[in-house]
Write a protein that binds this ligand. Structure first.
Ligand code: ZN
Length: 63
């Protein structure tokens, strides 16, 4: 939470959690760990399905 990754985002991150899972998935893919990358994508989707839009609106002002 305290770390600020300066990863270039092709699409604007919907919220901090989305950005985190996206970065983790990318890191895993870069390391060739496809099962972990898939895990992270599943987590991302699960997070997005769990009331994500409300969080995104709240965090937009902080970013
Ligand atoms: Zn999110």
């Amino acid at each position: 939470m305290q770390r600020r990754a300066q990863a270039p985002a092709p699409t604007p991150p919907a919220c901090a959690e989305c950005a985190r899972f996206t970065n983790l998935a990318r890191d895993a893919e870069r390391e060739g760990d496809h099962s972990r990358a898939t895990d992270m994508r599943v987590m991302l989707r699960r997070h997005q399905n769990a009331g994500h839009p409300a969080i995104a609106v709240q965090l937009e002002g902080e970013l």
